[in-house]
Design a protein around this ligand. Structure first.
Ligand code: PMP
Ligand code: GLN
Length: 383
């Protein structure tokens, strides 16, 4: 996690956002919206501060937010949870992932199977926990895993199968066949399923299918989500873990020493958000689908090969038709050539596999329509 000279290596997101800021380029790199979330949620946070919700929350989270998470899982997926025992509030999905992996992993012989490319914190947390990451490749352009390759990667050493659906960085939503195979292999090898579903309300042609709803899955699945994407409040860093009480308690055992708790006034506000009417959640998905379509059209017009995302904030392109041979170099030059920032997919893979993703770039669609239009125009005029 440190470079050879002992300095910290910034994450690709920090690096590319800094590049956008210093060049004035449109930032389609780091995935954060350029509009804030729903007014009732923002108002609820202000009210919570004014009402004195400013001291430490209980370790698991305020009971009202625990109840709101449980109600949300019931309303959208029919999942029944005991809010007092089967829900834990965390500092974003990031802390949920870190404390879950630290809690579940016993030592260096444990393996974590993950689809590659993967969100950058996965490999870092597996390394922090001292386990071995076993990547299973997702290939351009549909990014569904080969089931035989997946089955071969899962063994009795597998402690965790770590899934992210909808998927960052590819925008893929896994087929039912893949999800069934996750559950089957977890049973066969007695592994725990950890599923990161932060983009659960960003499935364009829904409904979202949580792994925990599959037959035989709930008893061995920890589901992670967060308010960041659903409510366009990525800076609030409020997430949650749900699942069997004993597993959630194990996660709490770690979490209490990482941060103890997150920011109190956000919790009642997110409870308000989780109780918004169905129409709000439907509009989150339909608006992002429209933005992804707009971005896709712009990217195609600029000459990229474009994969079609089924969810999430992201669209992956192949820059090879534009002459790129190294997406990393291409992304570093893009602000000067086109005034736009994207993220090379090589940032999401193990170094040994970089060549397999050498010309692929991720662009984020979670920006205002006029910003996406301006980005498309700039890319079309690329030098
Ligand atoms: N998982 C995935 C797949 C993500 O894309 C992100 C980031 N946006 C996170 C986890 C982290 O979420 P949070 O900001 O809630 O910590
Ligand atoms: N999840 C966001 C993305 O993939 C970034 C979050 C971060 O900067 N760590 O772009």
């Amino acid at each position: 996690l440190l470079s050879a000279d002992g300095t910290t290596v910034p994450t690709i997101f920090a690096e590319m956002s800094a590049l956008a800021a210093s060049t004035g380029a449109i930032n389609l790199g780091q995935g954060f919206p350029d509009e804030d979330g729903p007014a009732p949620v923002l108002d609820a946070a202000r009210k919570a501060i004014a009402d004195g919700v400013n001291q430490y929350a209980p370790g698991r989270g305020f009971p009202d937010l625990l109840a709101a998470v449980a109600e949300h899982q019931k309303r959208f997926y029919g999942i029944k949870l005991d809010p007092a025992r089967e829900v834990l509030i965390t500092v974003g999905a990031t802390e949920a992932l870190a404390s879950t992996l630290l809690a579940l992993i016993d030592g260096p012989t444990d393996e974590v199977v993950v689809f590659e490319p993967y969100y950058d914190s996965y490999a870092a947390c597996v390394a922090l926990a001292g386990a071995t990451l076993v990547p299973v490749p997702l290939r351009w352009p549909d990014f569904q895993p080969d089931l035989e390759q997946f089955a071969a990667a899962v063994t009795d050493r597998t402690r965790v199968i770590l899934v992210n659906d909808p998927h960052n960085p590819t925008g893929t939503v896994f087929s039912r066949e893949v999800l069934d195979e996750v559950v089957r292999l977890a049973h066969q090898h007695d592994a725990i399923i950890v599923t990161d579903e932060v983009y659960e309300h960003l499935v364009f042609d829904g409904p979202h299918v949580p792994i925990a709803t599959l037959p035989g899955a709930a008893e061995r699945t920890l589901t992670i989500s967060s308010a960041g994407k659903t409510f366009s409040l990525t800076g609030w860093k409020t997430g949650w873990v749900t699942g069997p009480a004993d597993l959630v308690t194990a996660v709490l055992a770690v979490k209490q020493y990482l941060t103890y708790v997150g920011g109190s006034p956000f919790q009642p506000a997110i409870a308000t958000g989780l109780r918004l009417p169905d129409e709000f959640f439907a509009s989150v998905a339909s608006e992002m689908a429209a933005k992804a379509a707009l971005l896709g059209t712009g990217l195609r017009a600029a000459g990229f090969d474009v994969s079609t995302p089924a969810g999430s904030y992201f669209t992956v392109v192949d820059a090879a038709p534009l002459g790129a041979t190294d997406a990393d170099a291409f992304c570093r030059e893009l602000p000067a050539r086109a005034g736009v920032v994207g993220i090379p997919l090589t940032a999401f893979v193990t170094p040994a596999h970089r060549d397999d993703y050498a010309t692929l770039v991720r662009f984020a669609a979670c920006k205002r329509v006029e910003v996406l239009e301006e980005a498309a125009e700039r890319l079309a005029g690329m030098s």
